[in-house]
Design a protein around this ligand. Sequence first.
Ligand SMILES: [Zn+2]
Length: 302
Amino acid sequence: MTVDLIQQTAPIRQVAIVGGTHGNELIGVYLVKLFEQSPELIQRPSFQNRILLANPEAVAIGRRYVEQDLNRCFGLDELSRAPDTYETRRAQAIYQALKSDIEPPVELILDLHSTTANMGLTLILSSYHPFNLRLAAYLTSLNPLIKIYCWPQSSHSPFLRSLCALGCAIEVGPIAQGVLNATLFQQTQILITQILDYIDAFNQGQMPVSPKQVTLYQAVELVDYPRNQQGEIQAMIHPQLQNRDYEPLQPNQPMFVTFSGQTILYRGNSVVYPVFINEAAYYEKHIAMCLTQKQTVLIEPV
Ligand SMILES: [Zn+2]
């Protein structure tokens, strides 16, 4: 596949670490609180950090959002029209705080999330910028269990991470909503530390050597649960697929099972790699899983 070959040559001067974009994803919420109390954990000589709790009202009530999903409020339209919900007001305030009210504006965002799906440590890159690809290759060389997921994204995407071309969302799981998990918390903190060290090395012209290629899981299709004419769910994730995020799903392998026990097969023509399987927050979005294709991307030399 081809990648957008914009080159990042200037140092990165301002980085944002964001938690609580979803109020019931507690690892990000409490990492942000830790970094506020102990800023030396994230300070590096060559850049400044902004720490942000994105949706404090949702955190206070222990829910994903108050009125609507904040992580779908960062499109051009939502940022430019008069805000009509708590989350669209928050999105505009966050845009101001990270992009227009500070100098230099934030150039790289780490947005901390968790998932009920068995996705381990996943990076969702903000773009195919060569810096992000090199960072992803480097991190996967440190920890081969890290997975890189890519969502087709334009500059008009509604995600908080899309405020900057550089950076990623960090998605860790499986973990229930409203729950902490010490192992995933500590693994996420290590990942953030590795990313900050990488940015600092990049700024000082000492970027560590990255592998020449990186494996990406590129989203190609969203799959809803089977539903009846009233919109009610008619089947569950098949036990043979549950927790099998990033594993190959072949044509005619089980995908769902109905409440009466009938298996529904995957009817695609080619192997896919499902992720976000049975994500709790996606029931309301009519998403049972996201199908991806596994791709190897060659990385341009610096
Ligand atoms: Zn989230």
